[in-house]
Design a protein around this ligand. Structure first.
Ligand code: B1M
Length: 234
């Protein structure tokens, strides 16, 4: 994938949509932030929706990175560069994805759990939730249970979201939920969980209200559960 031969600068704007998205997958793989930002802008100028650019150019590129990371072809420093390039594209899309005239429809605290420093997916969920009209308090990565409790106390959200990308860190979500149960506050919140290694069964087993496969599902689930809980509360 990554070309080792020196090559002339490619004029991204001269490429067709299909060639450009493929080139962006390569550029993400090679951690080329400026090129990713340029490609993102070009696709937007061509009339692509922000979510199409996100999914077809950026998320798909990161999926390819993930495969070669898993197979030992790419290592942490290279994947960090890819993540950095992806964030460059996401920053351009952020204002477009969160652009909404909608009134605030609820509050959410979201963070990646203790031991886990993956934040791209969580940030994406955070952006899409903002775009849907939620006020989001993003507490970052590597959060012990105390951080979630403090944020709940400080922001009084309806929803608590947790992200985990590692099979070794996903059990920590249960620590947070169990602590909420011990403190008698579990039923005061809607708990949503997500991250690549999770599934529906896991979400149920740890006592979450729902597992969200991706950011769009997180938004839909959040809206629905907030409405249901308001209806219940009369
Ligand atoms: Co990591 N890493 N990584 N990594 N990394 C994975 C997760 C891995 C699957 C790669 C692989 O082997 N194929 C693997 C995990 C294996 C496992 O446990 N099953 C892995 C590993 C092993 C590791 C290290 C242990 C590697 C090492 O050090 N030897 C290490 C751990 C560090 C730690 O956390 N303690 C590590 C480190 C890193 C980097 C720092 C280099 C970098 C992170 C940079 C960053 O985030 N700032 C990194 C990256 C980038 C990845 C991959 C390649 C990409 C993750 C990503 O950003 N995806 C990843 C491979 C993969 O997932 N394909 C991998 C794009 C993102 C949009 O998708 O995060 O799934 P995702 O989020 C989605 C949904 O999951 C969902 O919505 C999002 C948007 O649709 N979602 C939620 C996520 N969170 C949600 C929360 C919600 C709702 C939905 O709340 C309501």
């Amino acid at each position: 994938m990554a070309d080792t031969e020196p090559m002339d600068d490619i004029d991204l704007s001269a490429l067709s949509d299909e060639e450009l998205t493929e080139q962006m997958h390569d550029d993400l793989y090679d951690g080329l932030k400026e090129e990713i930002e340029e490609g993102t802008n070009i696709l937007l100028e061509r009339g692509w929706s922000p979510s199409r650019v996100l999914n077809e150019a950026l998320v798909e590129g990161m999926r390819i990175v993930g495969i070669d990371f898993r197979d030992g072809i790419l290592f942490v420093p290279e994947v960090l560069m890819a993540a950095n390039a992806m964030k460059g594209g996401m920053e351009i899309l952020r204002p477009l994805l969160v652009e909404t005239g909608a009134e605030t429809i609820g509050k959410m605290v979201i963070g990646t759990v203790k031991g886990d420093i993956h934040d791209i997916g969580k940030n994406l969920v955070s952006m899409m939730m903002e775009g849907a009209g939620f006020e989001v308090f993003n507490i970052g990565i590597n959060n012990p249970v105390e951080n979630y409790l403090e944020a709940m106390e400080a922001h009084k959200p309806e929803i608590v979201g947790m992200s985990a990308l590692l099979t070794t860190t996903m059990p920590y979500m249960k620590v947070v939920i169990d602590t909420m149960v011990e403190q008698g506050i579990r039923d005061d919140y809607i708990v949503l969980v997500g991250g690549a290694p999770l599934n529906e069964e896991f979400g149920q087993a740890i006592g979450a209200d729902a597992y969200c496969r991706d950011a769009a599902v997180a938004v839909e689930t959040a809206k629905q559960l907030v409405l249901e809980s308001r209806a219940k509360a009369g």
